[in-house]
Design a protein around this ligand. Structure first.
Ligand code: G3H
Ligand code: 13P
Ligand code: NA
Ligand code: ZN
Length: 320
């Protein structure tokens, strides 16, 4: 069935693992993710961004996810990713989602509380849960102002007041992850023996302090793609241009999943798997033009990637 994340997070917190929240934009992505989850009997969150709704249409995405529930028999959460307003959240709550994120993290603290609280009241009245965010994820923009970097991390001293006043069900925090395939500039990284970029470690000290203040409360990590170099190389080998794309090392995400982190967001890795696979297919079969022929291996590689995440990063295999 389509479920909320309440039970999933409780079990994940106590069991020392996390649920994968994967972004979906079309049928092949939904199928690749949910076939992987089904084979491994893993709970899964499918999340839809504002951009996904603009691209694929709300109803198509809801129906694709409902189809996945029917086909897999798994408990699946349908979640709004980065809801930007009360209206967007309301439209998803009214339209069949079981979970929404209100991301007012760029607003001043009091305003973030105010808008989050309003979404929580409406959502809870309709049996829907709410993820909120405190702190702004680091991004490449931070490169120009490294000294201001700390101000972008979540301030642990704010989390109790925020959660108490808003009534949110889970909290996304900023501890050094970042969105997209270029999470860190070369200048922020060191290099290993192979010459690959090694990013600065996540701020587990901040996570620990948040957990000390919010014991038992489910924490969410955004921007948690690892940007597999195998796919970056595939993209670059077959005509793409993604120099110095770098993500979060999987071992650090595994460590986060063992603790209070109950939801780990992954989108960019799916995009890389899909794009790398299709670029390779086009290069090797220039005569082919049936979309099924290139979407099939793309879907298969998304499935393999998600299976890898479930087993090696999230630890949620067998937990559905
Ligand atoms: O955090 C953003 C997600 O990766 C969704 O991206 O807004 O391009 O759909 P999008
Ligand atoms: P990535 O860009 O690291 O995949 O992050 C996705 C995300 O946080 C969606 O909300
Ligand atoms: Na966990
Ligand atoms: Zn995000």
């Amino acid at each position: 069935p389509l479920v909320t994340s309440t039970e999933m997070f409780k079990k994940a917190y106590n069991g020392g693992y996390a649920i994968g929240a994967f972004n979906v934009n079309n049928m092949e992505i939904v199928q690749g993710i949910t076939e992987a989850a089904q084979e491994l009997n893993a709970p899964v969150i499918l999340q839809v961004s504002k951009g996904a709704r603009a691209y694929a249409n709300h109803t198509y995405l809801v129906k694709l996810v409902e189809a996945a529930v029917i086909e897999t028999g798994l408990p699946i959460v349908l979640h709004l990713d980065h809801g930007d307003s009360f209206e967007t959240c309301k439209s998803c709550i009214d339209g069949g989602f079981t979970s929404v994120m209100i991301d007012a993290s760029s607003k001043p603290f009091a305003e973030n509380i105010e808008i989050t609280k309003k979404v929580v009241e409406y959502a809870h009245d309709h049996g829907v849960v709410v993820e909120a965010e405190l702190g702004a994820l680091a991004g490449v923009e931070d490169e120009v102002n490294v000294s201001a970097e700390d101000s972008h991390y979540t301030r642990p001293e704010e989390v109790e007041e925020f959660v108490t006043k808003t009534g949110c069900d889970s909290l996304a925090i900023a501890i050094g992850t970042s969105h997209g395939a270029y999470k860190f500039t070369a200048a922020q990284c060191t290099r290993n023996e192979k010459g690959e970029l090694v990013p600065p470690p996540l701020r587990f000290d901040i996570l620990d302090e948040v957990v000390r203040r919010l014991p038992g409360f489910p924490i969410v990590l955004h921007g948690s793609s690892s940007v597999p170099q195998e796919y970056v190389k595939m993209v670059n080998q077959y005509g793409g241009k993604m120099p110095d794309a770098v993500g979060i090392p999987e071992e650090q995400l595994r460590q986060a999943a063992r603790g209070a982190v109950c939801k780990i967001n992954i989108d960019s890795d799916l995009r890389l798997a899909m794009t790398g696979t299709i670029r390779k297919f086009f290069a090797e079969h220039p005569e082919k033009f049936d979309p099924r022929e290139y979407l099939k291996p793309a879907r298969a590689n998304i499935k393999e990637l998600v299976k890898h995440k479930i087993v090696n990063v999230l630890g949620c295999d067998g937990k559905a």
